[in-house]
Design a protein around this ligand. Structure first.
Ligand SMILES: [Zn+2]
Length: 136
């Protein structure tokens, strides 16, 4: 394994590289339960109460909920200046290094929540921080 989950200074738990990871490397798959958009909407109402969600939109109709059968990938935090991106291939989501990542660096993806969904404040501290985790 190339990563470990531990406390993040950005938010709660985060995922950190335990060794150098080269650009383009497929770090892990975003695993979880495959759910419909209707089920996602229902769960997000519940998740709003706890403030924690691990739902990742896979396509126009389905999402993956990492809260069930998820792996460490669900703990990757958001940054407006990410070093990892999620790519969808054959209905699977993979987290791929956007650049060379050094040992001990925290991994980040840009959550880019729907711009029409509830605004989520961002405190990532990146120079280009949008102030929101939503897409613009
Ligand atoms: Zn930000």
């Amino acid at each position: 394994m190339h990563t470990i989950v531990k406390d993040s200074h950005i938010h709660g738990l985060g995922v950190f590289a335990t060794e150098d990871i080269p650009e383009g490397y497929r770090i892990f798959e975003y695993t979880g339960e495959l759910i419909s958009r209707e089920e996602e909407n229902r769960r997000e109402l519940e998740n709003d109460k706890t403030g924690v969600t691990y739902i990742y939109q896979l396509n126009d109709h389905e999402s993956i909920d990492g809260a069930k059968n998820g792996n460490d990938s669900r703990f990757v935090n958001h940054s407006c200046n990410p070093n990892v991106e999620g790519i969808v291939e054959n209905n699977h989501i993979y987290y791929v290094a956007l650049r060379d990542i050094k040992r001990n660096e925290e991994l980040f993806i840009d959550y880019a929540f729907d711009k029409d969904s509830k605004p989520e404040m961002c405190h990532c501290g990146a120079k280009n921080c949008r102030g929101l985790m939503n897409a613009v």
